[in-house]
Design a protein around this ligand. Structure first.
Ligand code: BG6
Length: 503
C-alpha cells in the first residue's frame, strides 16, 4: 500500500471477523496489514475486529497477544495512538464448529456488538485457520444465517491451499458454493498482493509496444522461476504432505503464468480479468503420465550451506517421514494449446534451499537471423530477454544486442533496467494490505475464482499422479545452496535452451 493510495475511498462500515485469531497468519500478516491500513487511513470509520477462538479468551488477553504480534511483525514503526485505536476495536467471541450451539451464541453476540458499533451488518469472515476448518466453519456460519446478505454484505476469505488435488478442490468449492455465492468468496493467493505481479497486467496492456509481439511469432519460450533460499525449517509436517509442486505451482506460479499468458480482458474488472485467467489455465495441454515424467524434474535437497547457514538433509527435518519421497524442487515444461502460444514452451521451476531467493518471469524472444553477421568477428548474438523481476529485484529489464564501440564489428548483450525503487517510494508492507482492502470494498479482481482453481489442479494432476506412481524412482538430489538438480538443466538443454543464471 503506497501513500499515493490515500485518496482511495474508505470501505463501508463493517466487522472483520477472524477465525484462528491466535494463530501465526493472524499475527504475522493479517493484523500488521490492518495496522498499515489504519496508518494509511483506509479502515472504515465504523469498524470492529472480532477474534474467534475455540476457547474463551478475554478481549484484553487477545489485545495483548495481538499487540505483541504487531510489535514483532510490523513492517513500519508502530505509532502508539494508531495501534491503540485499532486494538480498541478488538473483541473476542468463543465459537467452535464442533459445538453448533456456540455459533448460535456467536450470532447473537455479533448482532449485539454490531448494533453498538453501528457497522450496518456488513461482515467479512476471514478464515485464518488450517484448511480442514474451511468447510465446517462456513457450514455453521451458513446454518445460523450469518452469511445471508439482506441489505448488507457478507464475505468469506479463505487462504490457500484450496484443496490438495482436483477432487478435493472441487469438493471444497462445492461445499462453499452450497452456502455462498461466488461473489461472496475471496480466495487469497498472496502473490496477487505483490505490486510487481499486478504490474504484469499494466505492462502488457497499458503499453502499445509489447502486445503486438506477445505471441508465438516472436516469443521463443517463457521461464517462470520462484527460487527460495530457506529450507523447510519447522514446517516439516505440512511440507512433507504437500511438496513443492502442490505448495507453489497451481497457485503462485500459475498466477504469474496466467497474467503473462492471458488474452487481453475487455475491461479491467473482476469478471473480465478472471474469465481470461481461467481460460488460459484451461488451455494448458493435459499431459499423459509418460509425458508428465518426460517433461518434469523433481528433486529433494541434501545437506549443504546457503550463504553461511548450514541446512541439513531434507529427510532429517523434524516431522518429515523416514524415506520421504516428497519433492522440495520441481521443474515442469508446459504447453498452452491456443492460437497465441501453440509451440511456445513455458518452463516453470521452484524449490527450497537454493543458492538465490529470486522470483522472476523471463520472456525470451526469438533469435534474429545471423546471416548478416557471417564473415564478421561476431560469433553469436546474445539472447533477447524481457525479465519481469518480482522479488527481490523488483523491476523490468530488457536485454538486447549492441555494437561495441571500435572499428571492428563486435556485438555484446546489454541491459536496459527499470527498478521500482528508483521511481516510487512505497511504505514497506506485508503484501496483504491491498488484498484486505479489496475484500472490504468488494473488488474481487485479485482473488481466485473456483474455475481457475480447478483448472490449475487439472493441469498439475498428471504430474502429481506420475510422481506418486514413480515413488522414489526419478527423485533427484541436489545440494542445499546449489541451483537445483542438474536434470533441470537437461530438461532445457534437450530443447536447445537453458535457464537464465540467477546469481
Ligand atoms: C507460501 C508457501 O504459499 O509461499 C511457502 O507455502 C513459500 O512454502 C511462500 O515459502 C513463498 O512466498 P514468497 O512471497 O516468499 O515468494
Amino acid at each position: 500500500m503506497t501513500d499515493a493510495q490515500n485518496n482511495t475511498r474508505k470501505p463501508d462500515p463493517c466487522s472483520f471477523v477472524i477465525f484462528g485469531v491466535t494463530g501465526d497468519l493472524a499475527h504475522r500478516l493479517v493484523m500488521p496489514a490492518l495496522y498499515n491500513l489504519a496508518a494509511s487511513n483506509l479502515l472504515p470509520e465504523k469498524f470492529c475486529v472480532v477474534g474467534i477462538a475455540r476457547k474463551a479468551t478475554s478481549a484484553d488477553e487477545l489485545r495483548e497477544g495481538l499487540l505483541a504480534g504487531l510489535k514483532k511483525f510490523a513492517t513500519r514503526p508502530i505509532d502508539d495512538a494508531i495501534a491503540r485505536q485499532l486494538l480498541e476495536c478488538v473483541t473476542s467471541i468463543e465459537a467452535d464448529p464442533e459445538d453448533p450451539a456456540s455459533f448460535d451464541r456467536m450470532r447473537e453476540q455479533l448482532d449485539a456488538l454490531e448494533e453498538r458499533r453501528q457497522t450496518g451488518g456488513n461482515r467479512l469472515f476471514y478464515l485464518a485457520t488450517p484448511p480442514d476448518g474451511f468447510a465446517p466453519i462456513a457450514r455453521e456460519l451458513g446454518r445460523t444465517g450469518m452469511l445471508q446478505e439482506n441489505g448488507s454484505w457478507r464475505r468469506l476469505v479463505v487462504e490457500k491451499p484450496f484443496g490438495t488435488d482436483l477432487e478435493s478442490a472441487k469438493k471444497l468449492n462445492a461445499d462453499l458454493l452450497e452456502i455462498l455465492t461466488e461473489h461472496q468468496i475471496y480466495r487469497i493467493d498472496h502473490y496477487l498482493g505483490k505490486e510487481t505481479v499486478q504490474n504484469i497486467l499494466v505492462l502488457r496492456f497499458a503499453n502499445g509496444m509489447f502486445e503486438p509481439i506477445w505471441n508465438r511469432n516472436h516469443i521463443d519460450h517463457v521461464q517462470i522461476t520462484v527460487d527460495e533460499k530457506l529450507g523447510v525449517g519447522h514446517r516439516g509436517s505440512f511440507y512433507d504432505a504437500t511438496g513443492a509442486l502442490r505448495d507453489m505451482v497451481p497457485n503462485h506460479l500459475f498466477q504469474l503464468l496466467s497474467l503473462v499468458a492471458m488474452e487481453p480482458p475487455t475491461r479491467f474488472d473482476a469478471h473480465s480479468v478472471r474469465a481470461e485467467k481461467a481460460n488460459v489455465l484451461a488451455a494448458i495441454q493435459l499431459q499423459s503420465e509418460a509425458e508428465a515424467l518426460h517433461n518434469s524434474v523433481r528433486g529433494q535437497y541434501i545437506g549443504g550451506t546457503v550463504d553461511d547457514t548450514v541446512i541439513e538433509d531434507y529427510h532429517k527435518t523434524k516431522d518429515v517421514a523416514n524415506g520421504s519421497t516428497t519433492e522440495t524442487y520441481a521443474a515442469l515444461k508446459l504447453i498452452i494449446d491456443n492460437w497465441r502460444w501453440a509451440g511456445v514452451p513455458f518452463y516453470l521451476r521452484t524449490g527450497k534451499a537454493l543458492a538465490t531467493k529470486r522470483t522472476e518471469v523471463a520472456i525470451k524472444f526469438k533469435q534474429a537471423p545471423f546471416a548478416m553477421f557471417q564473415g564478421t568477428p561476431v560469433e553469436a548474438l546474445s539472447h533477447n530477454y524481457l525479465v519481469i523481476g518480482v522479488e527481490p529485484n523488483e523491476g523490468i529489464a530488457l536485454q538486447f544486442n549492441t555494437k561495441v564501440p571500435g572499428p571492428a564489428i563486435k556485438i555484446d548483450g546489454v541491459e536496459m533496467k527499470f527498478r521500482y525503487k528508483d521511481y516510487f517510494k512505497a511504505q514497506p508492507s506485508t503484501g496483504y494490505e491491498t488484498l484486505i482492502y479489496d475484500c472490504m470494498i468488494g473488488d474481487n479482481i485479485l482473488f481466485q475464482r473456483a474455475d481457475s482453481v480447478e483448472a490449475g489442479w487439472c493441469a498439475v494432476e498428471p504430474f502429481l499422479d506420475a510422481w506418486k506412481n514413480a515413488g522414489s524412482s526419478g527423485l533427484k538430489s541436489y545440494r542445499a545452496g546449489s541451483e537445483g538438480p542438474v536434470e533441470a538443466d537437461e530438461l532445457m538443454a534437450r530443447d536447445g535452451r537453458s535457464w537464465r543464471k540467477l546469481g
